[in-house]
Design a binder for this molecule. Structure first.
Ligand code: XIL
Length: 699
């Protein structure tokens, strides 16, 4: 976090004052609130403005991560509740563990940057299940309260809303034993995330049921924490859980931030307003666009680590039962990347804590221009590097800064790895890997089998099935197991399909083993590293439909036979005039396989070639300003195409083939002049850089 102040108030046009007008304006506009006592207040209220609720957040790295601590048992830190008292943050969270499924932990620190250096302390005031705390100071009794949900065999019913009290928030041992609060169960089986907020006379307890219903019950301040009325339905809509309610300063408006869930389980927060705590809740500004914090309006400046904004708290202005908070305050929440939760039971999801800070307009501007490219996307963004680039510090500084996935341009191809007489040479490949690891980049392995990179001695094995089998097995074993656990994924076979027909390309393996060679080599690769993701990679499948059909037939056959194939590599060496609609149609077909999708070798040229060495046709000799803008659009559309069509679980990333025009393979391979990438010959960002970045961040 930047040098921490209590919390950051922004200078943006959206101020608390305009918000209060909005609160009032909404009541006026909606006209459904019957309990609006001060209707004369609305007389001069400005009309409701949607822009006042256009939140834009900045997110840095997680502030707490269960994996940071020396406790092998810990899986997740979640459900934060936090107060600022006597110059320190006091943070209470749920801890998910392997041995004990739920516990509560306490951490205290001066500023958020230090949070990760403190080891949370497990609270001793309950033995069994307790979680989802809310901590505040209850002024009438001069005590700290912790509200939570808990289970105890001695309680009836066993599962209850519960509380504990303490005289000293800084002492984790000072909490009283947990006691049930006797909030009656609604008709639903599930009721959870209890939240208390008080006005002058009453204490209200809100909770949700994971089914779109939010309930409310109440008691008097004198009877708190007992004497709850029968819960009444307080809101029904597209909401899920964690309804957390705050009093907005100065006026009688209340803000309710409620967690909702998208179809694919991604969580986000919506905002609702009510004039009083037992009043009606209205989505702000409406149910469909009332998003408060979601991956779409969060800029992850240190790189994407979450697709969910889940169970969070608005940082409060004070500490007490009134739960006062300003609309501009930061929001603390739990997050996780969709791919890190896929297939996991809820209790095994590695939730981490993050802090959202609202951005002002200048910061918003800055954040789109002054950060690494890869941070724009919720999946890896890569580049491929050739040896002469690897030797150039300026180039490699850019690569390491802008990208978080690396593909070796040639160094892991067969002709580089193995020389005549079975002599392996890993020097270059090792160098790439060292570079990737020291720059926190994912290493993509390209490629095990490729007709264009076969040493002559291998070609000569064609027809001798025993010899070719033995060589291939030994080669794949040696290469893949050497980098086991360090290379996440391999293009197992590159370019196996012929252009225009979809037939299998003839190569030494096809000519020796027939179509079965594909199954054979995928199985070999899997044996060598069972955790590596295995891809089939090809070019033109985004535009050549016969080729795509042939390609997909191989994929389906392999899948049907249970062969370990995990991904499709669409090289995407495209041209400015390849129609987006056609690419979308082809991409959808690839997505239908359910496999991971990697745009593996993206570049966008203006001129033409016939796909063979030296086959370039020069039409454009010069890159004009207009062409630069058109190319920027095409890059943006390409990334949008990916985001729109590839579901989260299938996004393996987008890799550019190089990143600067100066080093493009297009020029020497096809023997034409062209400008296919996002940095120019002087290694400066082209408009395409910004177009691409914008596309990567689109939802
Ligand atoms: C290219 C390299 O960029 C060149 O340096 C080399 O001369 C030939 O290969 N499809 C692929 C890549 O899968 O491996 C190719 O890379 C580009 C086309």
């Amino acid at each position: 976090m930047r040098g921490y102040i209590y919390y950051k108030r922004t200078q943006k046009s959206k101020s608390s004052l305009s918000f209060l007008h909005v609160v009032v304006g909404i009541f006026l506009a909606i006209g459904t609130i019957t309990s609006c006592e001060n209707s004369d207040r609305t007389t001069n209220a400005p009309a409701y403005q949607e822009a006042d609720f256009a939140f834009k957040w900045e997110l840095k790295n997680p502030i707490l991560d269960a994996a940071m601590f020396d406790e092998e048992d810990w899986i997740a830190i979640k459900d934060p509740s936090i107060v600022r008292y006597e110059g320190k943050w006091h943070l209470f969270c749920t801890l998910r563990g392997k041995e004990r499924s739920h516990a509560m932990v306490y951490s205290s620190f001066d500023d958020f940057e230090e949070a990760a250096q403190t080891t949370p302390i497990v609270l001793p005031n309950h033995d069994g299940y307790f979680c989802a705390p809310q901590v505040f100071y209850f002024t009438p009794q001069e005590k700290w309260y912790m509200i939570c949900q808990a289970k105890d065999d001695d309680w009836s019913p066993k599962y209850q809303a519960a509380f504990a009290t303490s005289e000293d928030i800084a002492d984790p041992n000072a909490w009283s034993a947990l006691q049930p609060m006797n909030v009656a169960r609604p008709p639903e089986d599930r009721f959870l995330d209890f939240w208390v907020i008080c006005d002058e006379e009453k204490a209200y307890n809100f909770f949700t049921c994971d089914n779109g219903n939010m309930y409310r019950c109440e008691t008097t301040i004198a009877d708190f924490p007992f004497g709850w009325s029968t819960p009444e339905l307080a809101y029904q809509g597209d909401i899920f859980e964690a309804s957390h309610i705050y009093k907005l300063p100065g006026e009688n408006g209340y803000l309710n931030l409620i967690e909702a869930q998208k179809e694919d389980d991604r969580r986000y927060f919506k905002a609702y307003l009510a004039e009083q705590l037992d009043g009606a809740w209205q989505p702000v500004p409406s149910d469909s666009i009332g998003t408060y914090a979601a991956v779409e309006n969060v800029v992850q400046v240190d790189g994407s680590w979450t697709n969910s904004i889940s169970h969070g708290e608005l940082i409060r202005d004070g500490i007490d039962e009134k739960m006062e908070a300003s609309l501009d305050n930061p929001f603390i929440f739990q997050g996780v990347l969709h791919r890190n939760r896929a297939g996991k039971k809820y209790g095994n999801i590695p939730w981490r804590l993050g802090l959202l800070n609202q951005m002002n307009d200048a910061e918003e501007q800055d954040s789109t221009t002054n950060r690494p490219l890869y941070t724009a996307a919720p999946y890896p963004v890569g580049t491929s590097i050739r040896l002469n680039m690897l030797r150039n510090d300026t180039v490699m500084n850019i690569a390491g800064y802008e990208f978080n996935s690396l593909t070796a341009g040639n160094a892991m191809k067969m002709r580089r790895v193995i020389r005549e007489g079975f002599e392996y040479n890993f020097e270059e490949a090792d160098e790439y890997l060292d570079y990737a690891e020291s720059h926190d980049m994912r290493m993509f392995g390209h490629t095990l089998l490729w007709h264009s990179s076969m040493p002559d001695f291998v070609k000569e094995l064609e027809g001798d099935s025993a010899a070719l089998y033995n060589f291939t097995k030994q080669y794949i074993d040696t290469l893949v197991s050497r980098y086991k656990g360090r290379i996440d994924a391999w293009d197992v076979v590159n370019e196996p399909v012929l252009d225009g027909t979809g037939e299998l390309r003839e190569n030494a393996w096809y000519n020796t083993f027939g179509a079965d060679y594909l199954e054979m080599v995928f199985r070999m690769a899997h044996e060598a590293d069972p955790s590596a993701k295995l891809f089939l990679n090809d070019y033109n499948i985004e535009r050549d439909s016969a080729k795509l059909e042939g390609f997909l037939k191989i994929v389906r056959d392999l899948k049907q036979k249970g062969v370990p194939i995990h991904g499709i590599g669409m090289q995407m060496h495209i041209r400015m005039d390849v129609p987006n609609e056609r690419m979308a149609k082809h991409l959808k077909k690839c997505v239908e396989t359910g496999l991971l999708i990697h745009f593996s070798e993206v570049d966008i040229i203006f001129n033409r070639h016939n796909d063979s060495k030296g086959g370039g046709k020069q039409k454009y000799n010069e890159l004009t300003e207009e062409m630069k803008v058109q190319q920027s659009d095409k890059y943006r559309q390409l990334a949008q195409l990916y985001n729109e069509n590839v579901p989260y679980d299938q996004r393996f990333g987008i890799t550019l083939w190089g990143f600067a025009d100066r080093y493009t393979w297009i020029r020497y391979f096809f023997e034409i002049m062209d400008w296919p990438l996002i940095f120019d010959d002087a290694l400066l960002k082209k408009p395409a850089y910004y177009g691409f970045m914008e596309g990567l961040g689109s939802e």
